[in-house]
Design a protein around this ligand. Structure first.
Ligand code: SF4
Ligand code: SF4
Length: 190
């Protein structure tokens, strides 16, 4: 190694100091932290468009979790007190963020897409108890057109009608399946 090589090394360090960084400091004053859309953050329990809960209390997420971070207890729906459109709903639902490693196995296991992960990463807290999130904390907020359960299914006359009437996309449409596919074909030709 020649005596100039060490100075070449210092030169690289010096020029790198003025390059635009790829990473973003946190917290950075006046600039919200940007995450990728695929980032695994806090979980969310989703709802159907009428506000009923998607979770059916099947516990598949809890079984799939390698860190044993999820606790689920199912309850039975009745026509008088209905929380989800199916037979059962997640009566107790907890995620322990002291254990969770944000691997996403639970959301892969969920058969109804009730459980997904948001981009929310600010989970630090001052007590261990606060890091056990309950169902109320994990449930998606009610948006326009949704009603807080319990209530009957609003998207059809019975369970079958409820699911068949659900839109292909985010647009709420009660158009029969055949008409929808015809409309799609017309759209393809346009
Ligand atoms: S993200 Fe992984 S560790 Fe966290 S609750 Fe889901 S399965 Fe368990
Ligand atoms: S979140 Fe999904 S996998 Fe977990 S209990 Fe509810 S429906 Fe089952």
């Amino acid at each position: 190694m020649g005596w100039l090589d060490a100075w070449k090394g210092f030169g690289i360090t010096f020029t790198t100091m003025f390059r635009r960084t790829f990473t973003q400091g946190y917290p950075q004053k006046g600039r919200e932290k940007v995450t990728q859309a695929r980032f695994h953050g806090r979980h969310q329990l989703n709802r159907w468009p009428d506000g009923l809960e998607k979770c059916v209390g099947c516990e598949l997420c809890a079984w799939a979790c390698p860190a044993d971070a999820i606790y689920v207890e199912a309850g039975a729906n009745t026509d008088e007190e209905r929380y989800s459109p199916g037979e059962r709903y997640g009566m107790v639902y907890e995620i322990n963020y002291l254990r969770c490693i944000f691997c996403g196995m639970c959301i892969e296991a969920c058969p109804t897409r009730a459980l997904t992960m948001t981009n929310e990463f600010k989970l630090a807290d001052r007590s261990r108890e606060r890091l056990i999130y309950t169902k109320e904390e994990l449930l998606a907020p009610l948006v326009e057109g949704m009603e807080a359960p319990p209530h009957p299914r609003r998207l059809g006359d019975d369970e079958r009608d409820y699911f068949l009437g659900l839109p292909d996309s985010g647009t709420d449409s009660r158009v029969p399946t055949r008409s929808r596919s015809q409309a799609r074909r017309k759209g393809d030709r346009a």
